[in-house]
Design a protein around this ligand. Sequence first.
Ligand code: DX5
Ligand code: ZN
Length: 217
Amino acid sequence: MTTRINPSILAADFANIEHELARIATADLVHVDVMDNHFVPNLTFGPQMVERIRATSPIPLDVHLMIDDPDRWAPGYAELGAESVTFHVEAAADPIALARRLRAIGARAGIALKPGTDAEPFLEVLHEFDQVLVMTVEPGFGGQSFMPETMPKLRRVADAVRAAGLDVWLQVDGGVTVDTIGIAAEAGADTFVAGSAVFRGVPEAQIAALRAAASAH
Ligand code: DX5
Ligand code: ZN
């Protein structure tokens, strides 16, 4: 099984972003957390910063939109050349229509589910998406603890993806460390976001350790 490690630059030094990106050259994708201070009680950056990251790093971008009204804003991130654009279903008026627009622009289309959001309504329409992000913390901040109670939901999505024979990446985000990544891998995740776990240490060593721990589950 393919394992993807996507470091979250939320834990990086934004003022030295070129240097920080150079430290994660072995990452599969760069996870870029866009927060609007409305959907979540925290604010990061918008399209200008994402465009700059895209121009600075050869690593494909995995944009995670924690914003209201993604129906309006998400396509702009796809147009900037993000490999993957993930929006929250709690905020989207029409997730399937939005995913179709993202795909038409050429991005992978992802849906994100907060810990309390049921996956059931999406299990029959998984072919409309390229990624499902099961949040393993409440979105908004790095450095929180992994919520193992989200694993039954991840397992249900993984079973549905497998049963339908789809190539949908299953992502977890929040509290992913060498100690928790195996739990998520065992439940069916293949794409792992890690912020503090990567940037708190020597990033390339941390990425290698996470990769090894995910495959050893
Ligand atoms: C949280 C963000 C995450 C965050 C994860 O809302 O979506 O991507 O950076 O940080 P860690 O890995 O520190 O939990
Ligand atoms: Zn994220």
